[in-house]
Ligand binder design. Structure first.
Ligand SMILES: O=C(O)C(=O)C[C@]1(C(=O)O)C=C[C@@H](O)C=C1
Length: 309
């Protein structure tokens, strides 16, 4: 693989490819189907691709651990930032080689997130089938085409890519599930604020101190910043050691966000800034009057005048 524009979790036919096409329709022909999320992020770090599109979280199954881990695995500031996000509605089919019937399926392959979203259907319709995790839904479909498994839980579109046919369609346990993908760049300029932005952070607090999490949250609450996601994840350093993944509905260029970050930096063990970028749904942030840039400027001016006497 040399100097593709954009890396995505491959092979062709993944939901991530759909997200990459949505993000950069003109670069689709020059996209690199990475074998894993860490491989896509690594290619970006090494400058072999300009951008990487990776799955971040799903409305049913939650965050994608491989992505969170890959983002944390870099050095403290490797310059990799989220510059955008996309939502893709996910639908699943059970894909088989032509001629295979549902009754003949003994092995089913898929991505663990796809299994989690079709659990009820699989246990009702294929209770005896062995479920085998693969690196992506499309990799599972490819392996079925190669004769490795009898069926794959995959995107309907993967059937064409691998000459498979659906033995069943619309097999998700919940209709309307959505996966959120993020677009990563290295050394990118901060995307301009739009009024409907997100900032993604990973924060390590000083453990074993009462109120430490409350203090972290206060940094946002007192500055009128809404949090749309807060998730604790193990740091790997030992049981009970967690970091917090935070999506805050504000942009780094806003004073309220800058002050919240300043507060986190002063009071927490470590803060990783992963980017400020426009929300996929375009929803504008509700900024309380006491927290907008004018309010900060007015208050700062008052303090300055007091200082001057
Ligand atoms: O395997 C794929 O097709 C992917 O793009 C990965 C992924 C995920 O990581 O959640 C994306 C969307 C679906 O939720 C299932 C799998």
């Amino acid at each position: 693989m040399t100097s593709a524009q954009i890396a995505y979790l491959g092979p062709a036919g993944t939901f991530t490819e759909q997200a990459a096409r949505q993000w950069a329709p003109d670069d689709a022909a020059d996209a690199w189907p990475a074998p894993s999320v860490p491989a896509a992020v690594e290619a970006l770090r090494e400058g072999r691709v300009r951008e990487a599109v990776v799955p971040f979280e799903n409305s049913v199954e939650g965050s994608v651990p491989a992505t969170l881990q890959a983002l944390l695995d870099g050095s403290t500031d490797d310059g990799v930032r989220i510059i955008g996000e996309l939502h893709v509605e996910v639908q699943f089919s059970l894909l088989v080689r032509p001629g295979t019937t549902l009754g003949q399926v003994r092995t089913v392959a898929s991505h663990p997130h796809a299994f989690a979203q079709t659990r009820d259907w699989l246990s009702a319709r294929l209770p005896q089938a062995q479920q085998v995790p693969e690196s992506s839904t499309a990799r599972a479909a490819q392996a079925v085409a190669e004769g490795g498994y009898d069926a794959a839980v995959a995107a309907p579109g993967a059937a064409t890519a691998y000459r498979l046919v659906p033995a069943a369609e619309h097999i998700a346990d919940r209709e309307g599930a959505v996966t959120r993908f993020v677009v990563l760049r290295r050394g990118a300029a901060l995307p301009a604020p739009t009024g409907g932005d997100r900032t993604t952070l990973v924060v390590l607090i000083w453990q074993n101190r009462p109120g430490a999490l409350l203090e972290l949250l206060e940094q946002f609450a007192t500055r009128g910043i809404d949090l749309s996601r807060l998730e604790s994840r193990p740091t790997g350093e030992g049981l009970g050691e967690y970091c917090f993944w935070i999506d805050a509905d504000a942009h780094l260029s806003e004073q309220r966000m800058r002050e919240a970050l300043t507060g986190l930096r002063r009071t927490c063990r470590d803060v990783r800034f992963l980017g400020s970028y426009p929300r996929a749904d375009g929803r504008a942030a509700a900024v309380p009057p006491h927290a907008d840039d004018d309010a900060y400027a007015e208050a700062q001016g008052w303090v300055d005048r007091l200082t001057r006497g």
